[in-house]
Design a protein around this ligand. Structure first.
Ligand code: FCX
Length: 428
């Protein structure tokens, strides 16, 4: 059994003991309530899920296995996947074994390229990523084992196999999508001497700079997971809870990530910054920039990269990217504009709509595009694919653990307006 599998098995035992203790204390205890506002307001803040891969604290941001963003941002994505799924970082040997296993499975089947090349030239790269994964669904080892009569207690092990196969192929798949969609169509072969993120940097074929490989590492680490209730992770979990295999679940999660209020916001951010650069120049006057932002808001648009459904402070992932920019591309015009926006936008949003914006601070998307642009990834339609490659680690870890804990199909109850009115009348 691989170290990763052993680590997950041990983690599942720990988590199950915790759940046993929780149930012993009060399976029917009420720990949260639901308001009418939450029923009609996207269930914001409603406590209705358990997710043990990561946790987002409104005031200190993302934690994985108890580590803060600052504490894990210098790691490799492979180490982060280990942490998400086992609650612990791997030792050196376990890391190498895991990387070797990923390398063995990295080859993307030819039929995937045939599918992707047959699409219209202007197909969005996120459609290509989602479809690329979905087109491999026939390879699901979970599905094949399930059809033969898999026991419920073994579901997670086959879901892990599917996860390994999907994760291993992601750098080549994303690199190939970039080459087909924006390059000359020639694929750059996978290099088994490189790690997961360095391979992605290599297969994009944009930049050989070490700084770019390090940005890819940081990018893939910072976007990996954001607990269970965000659109993409929740979608992926709901789909997998029906025992649709991980190919279906990952593809579904990516379709949610492709929305402009979620993952696509990072492409919108760079578009926003480039637009400022074009209209107001590389170093816009603060008052002119302030007026521009107010114009955008008054025309009914959101400021991309600002606000969050859970966070109430500057996203520590934004800070990690800003620190990277300070060290690597401080004089780049896009980075400078992104920094200037950070000094102006929160104050404007704080006072906008009588303080209605719950979080005026930047999220992860406000800075990442400027850094990618500096290294030559100028096609911002591609940015959410990079987000997706990283976030698939979270989808996989969440689904493996949920399967291992025997979690049932997800099926919350919806109600009609009449039900709510009757309930309110009965309380009056
Ligand atoms: N610019 C302008 N208005 C904003 C705003 C922003 N950046 N953020 C929130 N608001 C507005 C909302 O549109 C809403 O107005 P309405 O009631 O008239 O519709 C009001 O403020 C209250 O919304 P709020 O409770 O603060 O935020 P929500 O939880 O509903 O939404 C998102 C959170 C992230 C969707 C929202 O802040 C937004 O649209 N931000 C811009 C897009 C973005 O950056 N998305 C990426 C988020 C994240 F990183 C991710 O999930 O990937």
């Amino acid at each position: 059994m691989s170290d990763l599998k052993k680590g997950i098995q041990n983690h599942l035992l720990e988590l199950q003991l915790e759940i046993d203790e929780i149930f012993a204390k009060g399976r029917d205890s009420v720990v949260a309530e639901v308001s009418v506002g939450q029923i009609y307001g996207g269930m914001r803040g409603l406590v209705a899920l358990a997710c043990n891969t990561s946790y987002v604290d409104p005031y200190s941001g993302l934690y994985i296995g108890g580590y803060t963003t600052d504490e894990f941002s210098d790691k490799l994505p492979e180490e982060i996947f280990f942490l998400l799924s086992t609650g612990k970082f791997p030792d050196k040997e376990s890391l190498v074994n895991f990387q070797t296993e990923l390398n063995k499975r990295a080859q993307v089947p030819q039929y995937v390229w045939d599918v992707l090349r047959s699409l219209p030239k202007d197909t969005h790269p996120m459609t290509m990523l989602s479809l690329g994964i979905l087109s491999m669904e026939n390879e699901s080892v979970f599905k094949k084992a399930y059809q033969k009569g898999l026991k419920k207690m073994d579901y997670w092990q086959y879901t892990l196999e599917d996860a390994m196969n999907i994760l291993a192929k992601l750098p080549a798949l994303a690199g190939g999508i970039y080459r087909i969609r924006f390059g000359d169509g020639q694929l750059i072969p996978h290099d088994s001497g490189l790690n997961w993120s360095a391979n992605l940097a290599h297969m994009l074929g944009v930049n050989d700079d070490e700084g770019f490989a390090d940005l890819m590492r940081l990018y893939l680490v910072l976007h990996c997971d954001h607990e269970g209730g965000n659109v993409s992770a929740f979608t992926s979990r709901v789909v997998n809870s029906a025992l649709s295999d991980l190919y279906y679940a990952v593809s579904a999660g990516l379709n949610g990530l492709a929305g402009p209020l979620h993952g696509l916001a990072n492409q919108e951010c760079l578009r926003f910054i480039l637009n400022i650069h074009e209209k107001l120049g590389a170093d816009p006057d603060e008052d002119v920039l302030r007026t521009h932002i107010l114009d955008v808001l008054n025309s009914g648009h959101v400021i991309p990269g600002y606000g969050h459904a859970v966070l109430r402070v500057t996203d520590p992932r934004f800070t990690a990217f800003m620190n990277f920019g300070e060290s690597n591309c401080a004089s780049s015009p896009c980075f400078k504009i992104a920094k200037k926006l950070f000094s102006i936008v929160p104050d404007i949003l704080m006072h906008y709509k009588e303080g209605k914006v719950a979080n005026p601070w930047p999220n992860v998307d406000a800075m990442s595009g400027s850094l990618l642009h500096y290294y030559g990834v100028n096609e911002f339609d591609f940015y959410t694919v990079l987000f997706g490659v990283s976030r698939v680690m979270g989808f996989c870890a969440q689904n493996i653990l949920a399967q291992g804990l025997g979690q049932p199909i997800i099926r919350p109850k919806s109600v009609t307006n009449k039900w709510v009115i009757d309930r309110l009348n009965a309380q009056a």
